[in-house]
Design a protein around this ligand. Structure first.
Ligand code: AMP
Ligand code: MG
Length: 346
């Protein structure tokens, strides 16, 4: 079985900040760090006199969150939850916050975001990289365990049915982005940008006061950009079918975002979804949920709840931009694009 795994997801968005330039002014001094955490490459940049302290503390926070949120680390909250055999587990505030966000977006998306899909992800080998297509009978057996309404939350106390297991891969990096922004702010940093495996989060503007330019990967050619967007103080988070996938013996591509209704890779018309908003955790949860929902449902979801902007790329190559981001999008190749407005006619 052939497979390709863009483990780094490094290409899913590219920072185009000109941050490599030496800073001219001490007050604009750049401090940057690269790290590998949460199974992905991360890059942190901050400007100003407290930049180094902020980035160093952010690195430590990321490492700590990785331990808390890992499904494999036997000391993690997630490990405790998944091995509690039906018992109640007291989780950290971080885990509680992520579970709250997952529950909110899970509800708003009619269950498209389903963090209890872990047993099905494992059946596909997405948890280990030993990929294979599971039998329909295996999926039929596992799917009844995957239902986020079975997760009982009471403050920091969480209870799962004995065989239900959860994974926060769809939300964890976005939440981590929020945590880094908070640390930057605590250190008085007003300008910074981070890429957590291609998920970008920006604090303020560039030191010169202009907007950040963030690349959006072309899902049909992931080493290239579809376009760029200009953002200030926003998270820009993408879910795409090119980020982690394998090719089956039947020549079909099977990717890592699963439709909870079928237990199979979600194929509801979209190949990538980029969500732009204020809260990284919500944008991350939404990018996965909207990908699963598919083109029409995603547009209906946005019209219903608002609170974010999005760029959808359909399987037939069309680019749909919500009206709040459309003017900030600069295509990098010929694209057939359409602006989505708040009313049906838009
Ligand atoms: P993202 O890249 O944020 O879209 O997250 C994808 C990851 O979320 C996958 O690698 C799985 O770990 C997990 N996942 C896949 N499908 C779903 C789903 N429908 N709901 C929640 N998590 C999912
Ligand atoms: Mg996500």
């Amino acid at each position: 079985m052939k497979f390709r795994h863009f483990a780094a997801a490094l290409l899913s968005a590219v920072l185009l900040t000109g941050c490599g330039e030496p800073a001219q002014d001490q007050s604009d001094a750049l401090f940057a760090a690269d790290l590998f955490a949460m199974d992905t490459y991360m890059n942190l940049k901050a400007y100003g006199k407290n930049a180094e302290a902020a980035v160093r503390e952010a690195e430590a926070r990321i490492t700590a969150l990785e331990h808390t949120l890992s499904v494999t680390d036997s000391g993690s909250d997630l490990y405790a939850l998944n091995h509690a055999a039906g018992g109640a587990v007291t989780v950290s505030d971080d885990t509680r916050n992520i579970l709250d966000t997952a529950a909110k977006i899970g509800q708003e998306s009619g269950g498209a975001l389903c963090i209890s899909l872990y047993p099905v992800l494992r059946a596909w080998g997405f948890t280990t990289g030993e990929y294979h297509v599971p039998a329909d009978s295996t999926l039929a057996e596992l799917l009844p365990l995957c239902d986020d309404s079975l997760i009982v939350r009471n403050g920091n106390t969480v209870t799962l049915p004995p065989e239900t297991e959860i994974d926060l891969g769809a939300v964890a990096k976005g939440y981590t982005g929020d945590a880094v922004m908070e640390i930057y702010q605590q250190h008085g940093v007003t300008s910074g940008i981070i890429s957590l495996g291609g998920n970008v989060q920006a604090l303020g503007t560039k030191p010169d006061g202009s907007a950040w330019t963030v690349g959006v990967t072309d899902p049909f050619a992931p080493e290239q950009l579809l376009g760029t967007i200009a953002v200030t103080e926003k998270a820009v988070i993408t879910s795409g079918n090119y980020e982690r996938y394998f090719t089956g013996d039947d020549g079909q591509r099977y990717w890592h975002i699963l439709d909870p209704e079928t237990g199979k890779p979600a194929g509801n018309g979209l190949v990538s979804v980029t969500v732009i908003g204020d809260c990284g955790a919500e944008c991350d949860a939404l990018s996965t949920a909207l990908f699963v929902e598919g083109t029409e449902e995603a547009v209906a979801h946005w019209r219903r709840t608002g609170g974010f902007e999005m760029i959808l790329v359909t399987a037939d190559g069309e680019v749909l931009l919500t009206d709040g981001i459309a003017s900030g999008f600069q295509p990098k190749r010929d694209v057939q694009s359409r602006v989505i407005g708040h009313d049906e006619a838009g």
